[in-house]
Design a protein around this ligand. Structure first.
Ligand SMILES: O=c1ccn([C@@H]2O[C@H](COP(=O)(O)O)[C@@H](O)[C@H]2O)c(=O)[nH]1
Length: 295
């Protein structure tokens, strides 16, 4: 022991651009206005590969992913590849994810990589380098983060996102029923864990216009959120479709914050493939439903 405080803060990657990049929140707001509120998840489940007539191998993964990107990246505001389904194939799966991120961004979609990263600050800096450094092959418009090592441990990613013009979505009230035992528990200070996380997010976004770049993940399945969701940032709402939530549930869950909701569907759209036209039609139908409810 040296008696010094352990260094868990890490270093923050950044760029020295004179002209700061346009913040993610502004880019997202424009994409939602132009293309509609829908985020489509790219989740190549083994069962979906099979339903599409593909083998559960890297070639099947690649064909599936390329089909979704080619069909939807020019149409929907946000594509959300779920990293786990690529990681399960090792380095060759990650290569497919890298290509999907680059191709989707080139075609005009914002890419939110769903990786749910969270660790002590020094390791968080490495995750930030992986997803939020513009020089990284996995560089994304935004990434999902887990705050359960303490919101402050996410600082390297928050700083990296700000300097790159990227965003982060921090888990607050997840769509799965098991999340409540942690997220509804009382944190030090007396508020629930979720309320504490949402408070941190609101402070990160203070003064940002038209929308902050630090988002929250709040499930569409909750029935009622039961906490103040006014964080001046986007609210990613997974749970539509396969998990049972519908567009009509959103106003009740999100209240006045519903204008900042980014509803996300994976299996509910992907199950319509492999026809690109059917995928596009499913996404257009979901977008129409959401617009009818969200305005
Ligand atoms: O609270 C959360 C956070 C993330 N997810 C992810 O979203 C998709 C949902 O897929 P569906 O097929 O539309 O159910 C998946 O990648 C989850 O890991 C979530 O569901 N809930």
């Amino acid at each position: 022991m040296t008696g010094t405080t352990p260094d868990t803060s890490g270093t923050t990657p950044g760029t020295a651009d004179a002209e700061p990049p346009e913040p993610f929140g502004a880019r997202l707001r424009r994409a939602l206005d132009d293309r509609g509120p829908l985020c489509v998840g790219i989740d190549p489940h083994a069962a979906l590969l099979s339903a599409w007539g593909l083998d559960d191998d890297v070639a099947g993964l690649e064909r599936f992913t390329r089909t979704v990107v080619d069909a939807l990246a020019g149409q929907v505001a946000v594509l959300k590849p779920q990293s786990a389904f690529f990681e399960r194939f090792g380095s060759r799966g990650i290569a497919v994810l890298e290509r999907a991120i680059a191709d989707a961004r080139s075609a005009g979609a914002l890419v939110l990589t769903d990786a749910k990263r969270g660790d002590i600050g020094s390791t968080m800096a490495a995750y930030a380098a992986a997803y939020l450094d513009p020089g990284s092959p996995l560089f994304s418009d935004a990434v999902t983060l887990s705050p359960y090592l303490g919101f402050g441990s996410l600082r390297p990613a928050l700083d990296a996102a700000r300097s790159a013009g990227s965003g982060v979505f921090v888990l607050a009230l997840t769509s799965n029923p098991e999340g409540a035992e942690v997220q509804r528990a009382t944190a030090a200070g007396g508020a629930s864990v979720a309320r504490t996380v949402l408070g941190h997010i609101a402070r990160e976004n203070a003064g940002a216009a038209p929308l902050g770049s630090v988002g929250a993940v709040v499930g569409a399945t909750l029935g009622e959120a039961g906490v103040d969701l006014a964080v001046n940032g986007p609210l990613l709402a997974p749970g539509l479709g396969a998990q049972g939530a519908t567009a009509e549930d959103l106003p009740r869950v999100f209240g006045a914050a519903v204008r900042d909701v980014v509803p996300s569907i994976s299996r509910g759209v992907l199950g319509r493939g492999p026809s690109p036209a059917a995928l596009r039609e499913a996404a257009a139908r979901e977008t129409g439903r959401l617009r009818a409810v969200l305005g």
